[in-house]
Design a protein around this ligand. Sequence first.
Ligand SMILES: [Ca+2]
Length: 162
Amino acid sequence: MPWGPNLITGDSSTFEGGTGDWAQIQPFDVFESSPLQAHSGSRSLRLLDGPPVTPRATIELTGPDLIIDKTYRVSIWLKNAVGKINLEFYDAGGEPATPWINMTAPTWTQFSTQLTCVTPGPCVIKLINTDPPSVTSQFVDDVALQKLITERPQYLPLLGVG
Ligand SMILES: [Ca+2]
């Protein structure tokens, strides 16, 4: 599917100079821009929720406004997720078309989820550690939010379009 340019820019996407606009909702032990791993550039976001764990340690990014009835995709690259991390994506009304995916990724792997905006306004992207404790760091890089450019006839999800 043809996706538009990344609507998330700077450190919130690349983590090259910091953690951008990401906020800790339930704190991780480590939440930092790190040179230990990078999917692109030289840094990524390092997350660690070591014991004693924070239940459902969560970070959140408030993204740009979504346009009603338009479809958007959020994607991230994830490495070293031996536990489970959820990627959640909501519109301004908290309406998740596909509310979350579980991610396990020993090597750099791209995950994405999408929704069609029901309530216009700023979207929210969340990463939630759902299976603590993690004894190793997990790394996130290249966060992208893209709008579907060309509306095509809707195919059944089972056809795997996308
Ligand atoms: Ca990077």
